[in-house]
Design a protein around this ligand. Structure first.
Ligand SMILES: Nc1ncnc2c1ncn2[C@@H]1O[C@H](COP(=O)(O)OP(=O)(O)OP(=O)(O)O)[C@@H](O)[C@H]1O
Ligand SMILES: [Mg+2]
Length: 337
């Protein structure tokens, strides 16, 4: 069959912009996981410091995330703001935490109806914006990517002027975070939950001083799930093996019993979801925590469940793509197929 014959009758069928993005809003992010996805981009861009600001002003509240990474020029910012521009099949740098080319947009839309990104590269700032209410009002279904900040929001980006390179992500119209009738305390509770989550997800990077996270001006202290600094934490010693060119390092920990810890330490060590929920494997990629406390469906016949007696058991599993080659001295074995 000729090529023309196969294509005969084909038509261009782009999705209607507002229907598509409204559907993408349901991807299941929380404010904390959404902000962590934005920070992944900052880390991939080489940022050393990321500042998160929760600005309370009733239904006009906003969240601003500013990094000092390498920033984007006009063309890179244009590509970054488009959906479906980068493919998961594209080659990526081994240290890149991104994969789908969507996180900036989907994480932002899950929490906010207006996303503005200003990026500064070599002292020049460019700004682009999506506004879901503008897409909704446009009956033609166009993907109207707007230029510049929303009138009145310019001051949020003044902080970039102090940097040679960097990026600021602004979320406004936070309809999933601030519903009418919500008060400031509820907004602060959200920022507390975000802080606890980021302290856990990025704890290794904060501990290694590779990353500094600030929330409303104060530094986020790392939350180490394994109480590694304590001598009475039992540890198995590290095991290393290669899977598909990826070095995996695992180590099991049994945390000290409640009787050995003061109340404050016990409470804090429980973690964001508490002692029973936080048992199991902690899976990392490039020192970024991907999964916090899971038995990964292990167990023959009947999967292991999270039970009270195992609440002190936590296991770290760290994956570093292609780092086996960079670390030839590392003792390792290959997993049997
Ligand atoms: N803070 C930032 N600094 C520099 N470049 C950025 C920043 N945020 C996003 N980008 C650029 O925009 C692109 C798109 O980001 P986006 O989060 O949408 O997708 P991704 O990170 O490629 O993949 P994923 O969907 O897995 O997050 C990134 O690949 C990166 O090139
Ligand atoms: Mg991303």
């Amino acid at each position: 069959m000729s090529k023309e014959a196969t294509n005969k009758g084909s038509r261009n069928a782009p999705p209607r912009a507002s229907a598509m993005v409204e559907a993408l809003r349901g991807l299941g992010y929380s404010p904390a996981t959404a902000i962590a996805d934005i920070i992944d981009n900052s880390v991939a861009a080489g940022a050393r410091t990321v500042s998160i600001h929760f600005g309370w002003n009733g239904i006009n509240s906003h969240i601003l995330i500013v990094d000092d990474g390498r920033g984007m020029d006009e063309n890179q910012l244009d590509v970054a703001m488009r959906l479906g521009e980068k493919s998961p099949l594209d080659e990526r740098d081994a240290s890149d935490l991104g994969r789908f080319g969507l996180g900036l947009k989907t994480a932002s839309f899950s929490q906010a109806r207006r996303l503005t990104v200003a990026s500064r590269r070599n002292g020049v700032t460019n700004t682009l914006r999506w506004d879901l209410d503008i897409l909704l009002a446009d009956r033609s279904g166009r993907w109207s990517l707007l230029e510049g900040p929303h009138p009145g929001s310019e001051k949020n980006f003044e902080c970039l002027n102090e940097l040679e390179n960097g990026t600021a992500v602004l979320w406004e119209n936070l309809d999933r975070i601030v519903a009418p009738g919500h008060d400031e305390q509820e907004f602060l509770d959200v920022s507390d939950r975000v802080e606890r989550h980021l302290a856990m997800v990025f704890h290794r990077m904060i501990e290694n001083r590779r990353l500094r996270l600030l929330i409303n001006g104060h530094s986020i202290a790392p939350w180490n799930p394994f109480l590694e600094a304590r001598l009475d934490t039992w540890r198995s010693g590290e095991d290393r093996f290669m899977v598909n060119g990826c070095l995996i390092r695992t180590e099991a920990f049994v945390l000290p019993h409640k009787d050995r810890l003061d109340n404050k330490t016990w409470e804090a060590a429980g973690g964001p979801d508490g002692w029973t929920a936080q048992q199991g494997f902690y899976v990392y990629r490039n020192d970024r925590l991907l999964l916090a406390g899971s038995w990964l469906g292990l167990g023959r016949g009947r999967s292991w469940t999270k039970d009270e007696p195992y609440r002190l058991a936590r296991i770290t599993a760290r994956a570093r793509p292609e780092s086996g080659a960079a670390d030839p001295a590392a003792p390792h074995r290959t997993l049997p197929n």
